[in-house]
Design a protein around this ligand. Structure first.
Ligand code: SAH
Length: 345
């Protein structure tokens, strides 16, 4: 099994057999894997952890993904959207707390047109010229992506969710298409965004084969960012009764991705922190180098529940920021005030 890790480091890739070996390996070998992935992250980023201020600006969504708590069919939540002023207020608060990247994330909300996005992007970039702006607003046309990029957006997160088309169909309603999601990712890369893909670990119907396809897709696409976290069921979705994804497997996948794409920006996600009280710390010790605390107004936090029991929904941004700093320092790392751009390998 140590050999499987050595091959992964040497080839920056792994065979299906080596993936299964690593997935099933024991404690000692897992420690070895994590020591290597941790070392790899340190080579590029030292003990520095980048923070992204997440602004969940709307929970309205036209889509109906079977796993997601803010899906259109869920009638048991309060829908909200932030005004432009409220978004700017989040940035202002975030800036004073040392954030130099803002992430605008939301459901696919038809209320905002391209002109609205362009105006908001320009406003944020002119008010905070030393900050990076990341969008995470789902599938749009190539023309729209071009407009947002032209307005100054730097990065775009669009998890592919699964690289296995049959699996994709079991996670999404018929009117959503795998092909369009892939088209979006291609467009984002071509336009020049620092692009993020990713998937949920342990989503219903996921198999070793489909995870391996995800790894192949990630390797081929060579994105600047990869977001992975455990699937966690939400009580008001069709997947309410499915089991959540595992912490251990998520950590191993973080380590594998770090070794495949040595300088990738890799968050220890809130979902990972939700299934294990030390999840984010463990993620960093497995090779993650980014955390994404919430800057959204506390009054709306509970309504942006993609899954149950999400952490940090009751705390102000400042509390989250200081709590995270303490946690990260306790494992020998530090949060830095920096845009935290991708470094080419
Ligand atoms: N509408 C945007 C943002 C989606 S929310 C988009 O389509 O890209 C960000 C991510 O949360 C999703 O890509 C999905 O991978 C994750 N997510 C959604 N529901 C989840 C759940 N029940 N458990 C864990 N992660 C979930």
């Amino acid at each position: 099994m140590i050999e499987a890790v050595e091959r992964l480091i040497k080839n920056r890739f792994l065979s299906f057999e080596d993936f299964v070996n690593i997935k099933n390996c024991g404690k000692e070998e897992t420690e070895y894997l994590f020591s290597k992935s941790r070392e790899q992250a340190r080579e590029y980023y030292g003990n520095k952890i980048f923070v992204r201020g997440l602004i969940e600006f709307t929970n309205h969504c036209k889509n109906d993904c079977f796993y997601c708590g803010i899906r259109a069919s869920n009638r048991s939540l309060n829908r909200y959207r932030l005004s432009e002023e409220e978004i700017i207020e989040c940035c202002k608060n975030g800036y004073s707390l040392g954030f130099r990247t803002f992430v605008l994330q939301g459901g696919e909300d038809g209320y905002y047109g391209d002109d609205d996005y362009v105006r908001i992007i320009k406003r944020i970039k002119s008010d905070y010229p030393d900050c990076a702006l990341t969008l995470s607003i789902g599938e749009r046309s190539r023309e729209s992506y071009e407009k947002y990029f032209g307005a100054g957006a730097d990065r775009y997160l669009l998890r592919h969710e699964t690289a296995d088309e049959e699996h994709y169909k079991r996670l999404h309603p018929k009117r959503m298409s795998f092909e369009n999601r892939m088209r979006c990712i291609r467009d984002l890369k071509e336009i020049g965004y620092q692009t993020g893909v990713g998937f949920m670990v342990g989503s219903p119907f996921q198999t070793d084969e489909s995870i391996y396809k995800d790894l192949c897709f990630i390797k081929e696409t060579s994105p600047e960012m990869v977001g992975i976290g455990p699937f966690i069921p939400h009580k008001d979705t069709p997947f309410a009764e499915y089991a959540r994804g595992g912490c251990e497997l998520t950590l191993k996948l973080l380590a594998i991705i770090r070794l495949m794409l040595p300088s990738v920006l890799l968050p220890a996600t809130t979902a990972l922190g939700t299934i294990d009280p030390m999840g984010r710390e463990k993620g960093i010790l497995a090779g993650a180098n980014v955390v994404m605390p919430n800057l959204s107004p506390v009054m709306h936090r509970k309504d942006y529940a993609l899954y149950d029991n999400k952490i940090c929904t009751g705390e102000e941004a400042a509390e989250c920021r200081f709590c995270l700093s303490r946690r990260i320092e306790s494992i020998g790392y530090e949060i830095v005030t920096d845009r935290g751009d991708y470094k080419s390998p």
